[in-house]
Design a protein around this ligand. Structure first.
Ligand code: NAP
Ligand code: F7E
Length: 393
């Protein structure tokens, strides 16, 4: 098949996939076998999606959703000295299997030639641009890199798609991951009409990505939908975002694996939803008959302190005895209060969240308690506990 597999993840790694799996994924089983839409060696699937950021929280849920809908899913993956596929190992197919519906390609949003090559090979019908240096605090430490990936990376991707459209008869629909951080200091509630007032290099770069989207829509007629998503969390959330940091630490403290949780500003308020619900909103935006901008949120806001209280209640703990303030977790400029008004997507696309705030906290705590219990078994068996160098976020 015309070089389709030429850039497939795993190419060049000998007989095994790049992760060294010779079977159908990390657990030796494939949750998505049986879709049978044809992989790289058979006839091409009528619905192909390319996801940048597939190894991230949202990328993993979106890949699951699209596979379940029968898509052939392609993901952009960065080369790393350690494996970064932990969130998608359970849906990973051996690329040598003819019916593999999940294909990974080495690439990077800072590398335009690679982006062009992958788009020409995949010939996607839908592109979801989720790749980003997504940590707000880190963006103050690495502003230039953040801009390169989040702002210019978006521009590179749009340009690659524009050139691809010119040489093909295919015009992919594009989802652009924007953020409630773009609203920054604008007063809540925030909706599609609320002015942007970004408060971090990350947020400034997301505003640029948003405007590239609008501009390429107006100038070249590209189908680009901007999803302005408020915070969304899950058991797959990165460990340095405050929700997961709290649920990981409190569960470990509960089992005696850790003593203290150091945090910054407990007064910040966020509109926290469940990531699984939010990827459904992304997909719905691309099934709409025209590109548009949509706020995605729960319409409820809670402080970091309230998240702590809720998590501690599930564990029947007194959080005030174990949490300490550390100024290193404060930001040079803070976003005090976010509360989304998602009326437009509810009325236009029929999207509503299914997981409540307390349901989300419980889901994360129960997951992390299970992780901590496993860690405790290892500790009790005398295995040395591994400390994690997670940085200063
Ligand atoms: P995440 O867990 O941090 O995942 C980010 C993904 O981007 C990872 O797959 C990462 O790859 C990849 N990436 C980083 N730098 C890249 C580069 N230079 N080239 C290609 N890929 C790169 O983020 P998330 O929570 O899933 O969020 C998904 C998107 O939505 C991001 O754009 C984020 O900014 C945006 N967003 C998130 C939220 C939220 O609350 N979660 C809200 C609004 C908007 P590695 O695995 O190799 O690091
Ligand atoms: O911080 C406060 C912190 O890092 C939430 C990203 O997905 O959502 C996320 O950005 C709040 C902030 O998320 C700690 O100051 C207190 O006010 O979990 P976070 P974020 O900055 O809201 C948006 C929508 C995105 O687009 C981003 O990609 O919690 N906070 N103490 C702390 N935050 C962290 N990380 N660590 C602390 O110790």
């Amino acid at each position: 098949m015309n070089g389709f597999n030429g850039n497939n993840f795993g190419e060049g790694d000998g007989a095994k996939g790049v992760n060294g799996f010779s079977g159908n994924g990390v657990n030796g089983h494939n949750l998505h076998s049986g879709h049978g839409n044809g992989g790289g060696n058979g006839s091409r699937s009528p619905r192909r999606a390319l996801i940048t950021g597939i190894t991230g929280q949202d990328g993993s849920y979106l890949a699951e959703l699209l596979l379940a809908k029968g898509y052939e899913v392609h993901g952009l993956i960065r080369r790393s000295s350690t494996f970064s596929t932990g969130r998608i190992d359970h849906i990973y197919d051996d690329p040598h299997w003819e019916n593999a519906n999940l294909r990974l390609h080495y690439g990077d949003l800072t590398d335009s030639t690679g982006l062009r090559r992958i788009i020409e090979e995949v010939e996607p019908h839908e592109v979801y641009n989720l790749g980003a240096q997504s940590h707000v605090r880190v963006s103050f430490d690495q502003p230039e890199y953040t801009a390169d990936v989040v702002a210019t990376g978006t521009l590179r991707l749009f340009e690659a798609i524009r050139d691809y459209i010119a040489i093909s008869r295919n015009s992919p629909k594009i989802y652009q991951a924007c953020s409630s951080e773009m609203f920054g200091s604008s007063s809540p509630p925030q909706n599609e009409q609320t002015p942007f007032h970004p408060r971090s290099p990350y947020a400034v770069s997301k505003v640029a990505g948003y405007h590239y989207g609008v501009n390429y829509r107006e100038a070249y007629g590209l189908f680009i939908s901007n999803g302005i998503l408020f915070n969304h969390e899950s058991p797959r959330r990165g460990g340095t975002f405050v929700t997961r940091k709290i649920t990981r630490a409190l569960t470990r403290i509960k089992l005696g694996l850790q003593e203290t949780l150091f945090l910054g500003n407990l007064d910040a308020k966020r509109d926290w939803g469940f990531a699984g619900d939010y990827v459904e909103a992304m997909w719905r935006m691309l099934q709409h008959d025209r590109p548009d901008d949509f706020v995605v949120a729960t319409g409820e806001t809670h402080s970091v302190r309230e998240f702590l209280e809720e998590a501690a209640n599930v564990l029947e703990m007194d959080w005030e005895r174990v949490v300490e303030f550390d100024p290193r977790y404060l930001r040079p400029a803070e976003v005090d209060a976010l509360l989304g008004d998602a009326s437009k997507i509810r009325e236009t696309l029929g999207w509503t969240p299914t997981v409540t705030f307390s349901g989300l906290v419980r889901m994360m705590v129960e997951h992390d308690l299970n992780l901590a219990e496993r860690e405790q078994v290892l500790a009790d068996a005398g295995h040395v506990m591994r400390r994690q160098a997670s940085g200063d976020e």
